[in-house]
Design a protein around this ligand. Structure first.
Ligand SMILES: Cc1ncc(COP(=O)(O)O)c(C=O)c1O
Length: 466
């Protein structure tokens, strides 16, 4: 039988083998912990008084056990620095047993234009910190407990409702906003809801992110590609076989076109006549450069569109914060999929984002980043626009550079020689999108580099192009 004790101050877990004398048992337990490497060299042990109190034994017993281990060289005892595990008390087969598993060092390319990330150096640390301080100061005690509402904190849902209505044209009642840990989490929940409704097929854009499609497939849904052209996804080709369609109407990912009003209307008509749902991925809707942002499709029919937003482009993907505005008829099912409580995002992050939005800091940050990205976009066009066709540049953080036929692969190869990570358009193509015309192009995520890396990254791209 083994027994465990823990100290306060610094916890020390010891397995004391019953049946030995107290002192011998304690000595052996500490020796074994040091020998096996579980207690690393340099680890400070509790004082003999504290450990004795924790174990309910006489202080002398602990002091004698420590003294014996010091004499054996397992521990060191120095005035002022307490009793520590000795440097040489390494596990005997240290090299073999305790060597950390070494993974090959993954040194990525020096430059990256992989789309999907904002400039992480632009995260508004100071403004976020002051919002966090205010949020923490004002947080009621109940915010530190288990959340009772699976939709998430009402403070954030109210702030989002106001923001989404004002900035994105979304009909957003705080009661129908459900917070999620980014778009991926929202889509996971919706995929479960669709399966529970016995939906088998979801239409997706012929160009899109493979891991979004994979997520749907893992949930038991089949994905069917819609053709994408200069007006966006061809929503007129939606059929009753699909129970839902996943769209990026404001800025098609990755081709960058905005879904035209006719195509938007066709999607809503399809949803109304078939009872299908539109899943609107509004991942970078805030970033439109030449005119007012295109409003959300959800505004056309809040009963048929689930609006999904995320802080991943406007702030940072590491926050893992997203939100859904759910049609009334779907709310119960989405909440059932989420479970009885909000477990995915922490209350303090939610309260901080609520404060960040309500104080106007979110708008200021988005406006500042918009200027930064527009400048980069203009520099991109100036640098390469005379050699390749640049499209998808009215919005977002990426652009598409069309290449002469057959050159996609060789441009990616030259980019690799320039130490530049770059994606071709081909990797975003749905494997069954046979009707999509061939298109050789690269997708340039000009939001990705830091400000200091931007110029050399652009130079590397220019050098890689024909
Ligand atoms: C098309 C698209 N949708 C959604 C997202 C956001 O995903 P998440 O909120 O899970 O970070 C991204 C981010 O790169 C994206 O490119």
């Amino acid at each position: 039988m083994t027994e465990s004790w823990a100290t306060f101050g610094a916890d020390l877990h010891l397995d004391l083998t019953a049946g030995r004398g107290l002192r011998a048992g304690l000595t052996e337990a500490v020796r074994e912990a040091a020998r096996s490497g579980r207690l690393a060299a340099g680890t400070r042990l509790p004082s003999s008084r504290t450990l004795a109190a924790d174990l309910g034994i006489a202080r002398n017993t602990v002091a004698e056990a420590y003294a014996e281990l010091v004499a054996e060289g397992w521990l060191t005892a120095r005035q002022g620095s307490g009793t520590r595990v000795a440097e040489r008390a390494r596990p005997r087969r240290a090299a073999a047993a305790a060597a950390p598993v070494r993974r090959p060092a993954r040194k990525g390319p020096a430059y990256s234009l992989i789309p999907g990330s904002p400039d992480l150096g632009g995260f508004p640390r100071a403004a976020w910190l002051s919002a966090a301080r205010r949020a923490l100061t004002d947080a009621p005690n109940e915010a530190f407990g288990y959340a009772v509402d699976p939709r998430g904190r009402v403070e954030l849902r109210q702030a989002l409702a106001g923001y989404l209505a004002r900035a994105r044209g979304v009909y957003a009642d705080p009661g129908r906003i459900v917070l999620c840990a980014g778009f991926l989490h929202g889509l996971t929940l919706l995929a479960g809801v669709l399966r529970a409704r016995r939906v088998r097929e979801v239409a997706v854009e012929g160009y899109g992110l493979d891991f979004h499609r994979d997520l749907l497939v893992r949930a038991g849904l089949r994905t069917r590609p819609l053709n994408v052209d200069a007006q966006g996804a061809r929503t007129g080709e939606l059929t009753a076989a699909a129970g839902a369609v996943l769209l990026t109407p404001a800025h098609q990912f990755p081709t960058g076109v905005a879904l035209t009003p006719e195509r938007r209307a066709a999607a809503v008509d399809w949803a109304r006549t078939t009872g299908g749902l539109i899943l609107e991925d509004d991942y970078d809707g805030e970033f439109r450069y030449d005119r007012q942002p295109v409003g959300a499709l959800q505004g056309l029919d809040p009963d048929r569109v689930v609006y999904l937003g995320t802080a991943s482009k406007s702030l940072a993907p590491g926050l893992r914060m997203g939100w859904m505005v759910v049609p009334p008829a779907l709310l119960e099912e989405v909440l059932a999929a989420k479970g009885p409580t909000e477990w995915a995002s922490g209350a303090l992050d939610q309260l901080t984002l609520a404060e960040f939005i309500a104080s106007g800091a979110y708008d200021r940050h988005v406006r500042g980043m918009r200027l930064r990205y527009r400048r980069r976009r203009d520099e991109l066009v100036a640098a390469v626009g005379d050699r390749v066709g640049v499209s998808g540049i009215a919005a977002g953080l990426h652009a598409v550079l069309d290449l002469p036929e057959g050159l996609e692969r060789s441009v990616l190869q030259s980019a690799a020689w320039q130490d530049l990570a770059l994606h071709g358009l081909g990797r975003f193509r749905h494997p069954e999108a046979v009707a999509l015309p061939a298109r050789d192009a690269v997708v340039v995520g000009y939001g990705t580099p830091s400000d200091s890396a931007w110029s050399p990254t652009l130079a590397a791209l220019a050098a890689a192009l024909p």
